[in-house]
Write a protein that binds this ligand. Structure first.
Ligand code: ZN
Ligand code: ZN
Length: 184
């Protein structure tokens, strides 16, 4: 992922005691990011809208990220666009947990002067909403595995030729029947 600059939210004036909450929204000018070796471009960064709540033990951040992204179709490699509407949920603790299990699961800490950095949780929410398989359209015909033409726009006779070759080949269990003499 292209590094998102820290998004530091100062909660010191707004979260004075347990139960206090406020909302925060903003725009992050991220241009592109990479997931699983694939690069995705964002039309206009992403927007976020979150609520921050003082729980007594930490600050709970919940909300949503929204973006319009573009990647490559997994079948035909043409550009393919999709909307992102990802859930954000992160719990920043005031102190490191005592509990061994909680420590191993990983945790985020509230920074000095009651600040939290939203860059990680917001970036994760964008990544989580990126489709595992991206298609330019649900019925994309893909590329011909033989000649590489885009079968959405062009046609070729590779599939037909392959079928004919298979009928002639020894791999075809019925090929032997061609030479079978039925007269004895
Ligand atoms: Zn496609
Ligand atoms: Zn072909």
């Amino acid at each position: 992922m292209q590094e998102i600059k820290p998004i530091i939210i100062d909660c010191s004036e707004r979260l004075e005691q347990a139960g206090d909450t406020f909302t925060q929204n903003g725009h992050v000018p991220l241009e592109h990011y990479v997931v699983g070796g694939q690069e995705y471009r964002l039309d206009d960064g992403f927007d976020y809208d979150v609520a921050l709540t003082h729980t007594g033990d930490g600050i709970l951040v919940t909300g949503i990220v929204r973006a319009r992204a573009e990647g490559k179709c997994d079948r035909c490699l043409d550009p393919a666009s999709f909307d992102i509407a990802g859930e954000v949920e992160e719990y920043f603790l005031f102190e490191e947990p005592d509990d061994e299990e909680a420590r191993e699961e990983g945790f985020e800490l509230v920074g000095e002067n009651l600040t939290v950095d939203l860059a990680g949780p917001l970036g994760d929410a964008v990544v989580m909403e990126t489709p595992f398989v991206l298609l330019c359209k649900p019925d994309c015909a893909g590329l011909c595995p033989v000649c590489g033409c885009n079968l959405n726009r062009e046609s070729c006779d590779c599939a037909k030729k392959a079928e004919e070759a298979y009928i002639q080949s020894d791999e075809n269990p019925f090929a032997a029947l061609k030479n079978l003499k039925l007269d004895d």
